[in-house]
Design a protein around this ligand. Structure first.
Ligand SMILES: C[S@@+](CC[C@H](N)C(=O)[O-])C[C@H]1O[C@@H](n2cnc3c(N)ncnc32)[C@H](O)[C@@H]1O
Length: 406
C-alpha cells in the first residue's frame, strides 16, 4: 500500500516531470560533460582503492527524466537500472533509450523502498535529489544500503538547509495561501514572485531569482512540493550513520573549505576542529549550499575519509582534478578551477607547485618526495611539508587522492 505522501509525490512528477526532459543525450553530454556522479567522472572519489569491476551494475534510484540514459550512454560497459515513481519521467527516459539504442538500460516504475524485491545488488547506486522527498528518508537510505554490494559506492544529493532558507519561507507563504502543485498553485506562485523584495533570502548572490523558477516544473519542484526537507551538515552525518554507512567525501570539497572563507586566527581555530565540524561551520557561514552532493560506502568496504594529520597519508596517490590550472606569475602562483560556486582560486608556493607538477595519478606522495628536487629538505620537514600541502589541496578539492595501485 502506497502512503498518501508518496502518492502525492508520484502525481506531482507525473504532471510536472523534473528535471526538464532533454531531447538528445549525446548533445547534452557534449555540451555539459558527464554528470558529477558518473563513474567516468567521479571514479577516484567513488573508489579511492580502485574500481571493483569494469562492468558495474548501476542503480539510478529516482532516475527522473534523463539521469539513467545519460549514465548508460556514457558507460556502455555497465548495466544501468533506472527506477522511478513517475511514468511521465520514465517515458522521457524510454524515449532517450530508444533514440540512442541503449541495450544496457532497463527502466522500471517502482518505489526505491521496494528495491529489495528485485533480489539484485549493485556496485554503484545514484540517488540524487530524491531521498529528501520521501516521507521517511531514513527508510529510503536503508533500503538502498541493503542492495549495495559490500565493495560498492553510493552518490547521494540532498537539499542543503542553509542555502535553501529563502525557499522554505516562500513555500510557507504558498502553503498558507492554499497553493498546491497544480495550475492554480502555479498562478499564485508566479504572482507572489513579483513581490519578492531584492533583499529576500530567495534571491541569489547574482541578485536574481533561482534559474529553476523560469518554468512550471521548476516552480512546482522548488516552491509547491508536497514533501521536501533539507539537511545541515551534522544532519547528513547523523543520517548516514543511522543507515550503518560511512561518509567517504563530498563531490566538491571547495564548497566546505575553511581556507577559502577564513584566514588568520579564525582559520586556525576552525582547522583545529574535526573535519565534519569544519564543514558545518563553512556551510553555516557561506549559506551558499542549497544542495549537498556526497559519497557513501559500507563499513566493510575499503572506503575511508582522507586524513593528512599523520604520515600514513604519504601512501596516497594524488590526482589533480580535471579542469584545475596553474595560473599567475612565478611570484604569485595560484591554482584555479570552476566549481558550482564559480572560480575557486588558492595561492600556491613554488615548492608546492613542484610537488603538484609531479602528481601523475600513479605515484604516491612519498614516491614524489623521493625526487631530487626535494633533496634539500630534512626528511621530517619534507613529510610535514607534503602533509600540509596535500591536506590543503584536498580541502580545496583541487587534488583528489586514491590509494597506491589505483
Ligand atoms: C528531482 S527528481 C530527480 C531526478 C534524478 N535523480 C536527477 O537527479 O535528475 C526526483 C525524482 O525522484 C522520484 N521519486 C520520488 N520518490 C521516489 C520513490 N520513493 N521511489 C522512486 N522514485 C521516487 C520522482 O518521481 C522524481 O522523478
Amino acid at each position: 500500500m502506497v502512503d498518501t505522501i508518496t502518492e502525492a509525490v508520484r502525481k506531482q512528477y507525473e504532471a510536472y516531470s523534473y528535471p526538464p526532459p532533454i531531447e538528445d543525450a549525446e548533445s547534452f553530454l557534449r555540451k555539459w560533460g558527464p554528470l558529477t556522479c558518473d563513474p567516468k567522472f567521479a571514479g577516484i572519489q567513488l573508489w579511492p582503492e580502485g574500481r571493483p569491476r569494469q562492468d558495474l551494475r548501476i542503480l539510478c534510484a529516482g532516475c527522473g527524466s534523463s539521469q539513467a540514459p545519460l549514465i548508460a550512454l556514457n558507460n556502455p560497459d555497465c548495466t544501468v537500472l533506472g527506477i522511478d515513481l513517475s511514468e511521465t519521467s520514465l517515458g522521457h527516459s524510454k524515449r532517450l533509450r530508444d533514440r540512442h539504442r541503449l541495450a544496457n538500460l532497463e527502466l522500471r516504475q517502482m518505489s526505491l523502498l521496494d528495491v529489495a524485491a528485485l533480489k539484485r545488488s549493485f556496485d554503484l547506486i545514484l540517488c540524487t535529489g530524491v531521498l529528501h522527498h520521501l516521507p521517511d528518508p531514513d527508510a529510503g537510505l536503508k533500503a538502498l544500503a541493503d542492495v549495495l554490494d559490500p565493495s560498492g559506492s553510493m552518490a547521494i544529493m540532498l537539499y542543503g538547509k542553509a542555502g535553501r532558507a529563502g525557499i522554505y519561507l516562500v513555500q510557507d507563504i504558498l502553503r498558507r495561501l492554499g497553493a498546491g502543485p497544480n495550475a492554480e498553485g502555479l498562478g499564485m506562485a508566479r504572482e507572489l514572485l513579483k513581490f519578492i523584495p531584492p533583499h529576500h533570502y530567495l534571491i541569489s548572490t547574482t541578485g536574481k531569482l533561482p534559474n529553476d523558477l523560469a518554468d512550471d516544473a521548476g516552480i512546482v519542484d522548488m516552491l509547491l512540493h508536497p514533501q521536501d526537507r533539507a539537511y545541515s551538515v551534522p544532519e547528513i552525518m547523523a543520517f548516514v550513520e543511522a543507515a550503518g554507512l560511512i561518509f567517504s567525501g563530498w563531490s566538491d570539497n571547495a564548497l566546505y573549505c575553511a581556507d577559502r572563507f577564513l584566514s588568520g586566527e579564525m582559520l586556525e581555530r576552525v582547522l583545529a576542529l574535526p573535519a565534519a565540524e569544519q564543514w558545518a561551520v563553512i556551510d553555516n557561514l557561506t549559506v551558499l549550499n542549497d544542495r549537498h552532493d556526497f559519497f557513501l560506502r559500507k563499513p566493510q568496504s575499503a572506503g575511508f575519509l582522507m586524513r593528512f594529520d599523520t604520515d600514513e597519508c604519504l601512501s596516497y596517490v594524488p590526482h589533480v582534478r580535471s579542469g584545475t590550472r596553474l595560473a599567475g606569475d612565478i611570484n604569485s602562483l595560484v591554482l584555479t578551477r570552476t566549481s558550482l560556486q564559480g572560480e575557486v582560486v588558492i595561492p600556491i608556493s613554488r615548492s608546492e607547485a613542484l610537488l603538484l607538477e609531479r602528481a601523475d595519478g600513479k605515484k604516491s606522495i612519498s614516491e614524489i618526495l623521493s625526487h631530487s628536487v626535494f633533496a634539500g629538505f630534512e626528511p621530517g620537514q619534507r613529510n610535514s611539508f607534503a602533509r600540509a600541502v596535500c591536506g590543503r589541496m584536498w580541502r580545496s578539492g583541487h587534488v583528489l587522492f586514491g590509494r597506491s595501485g589505483t
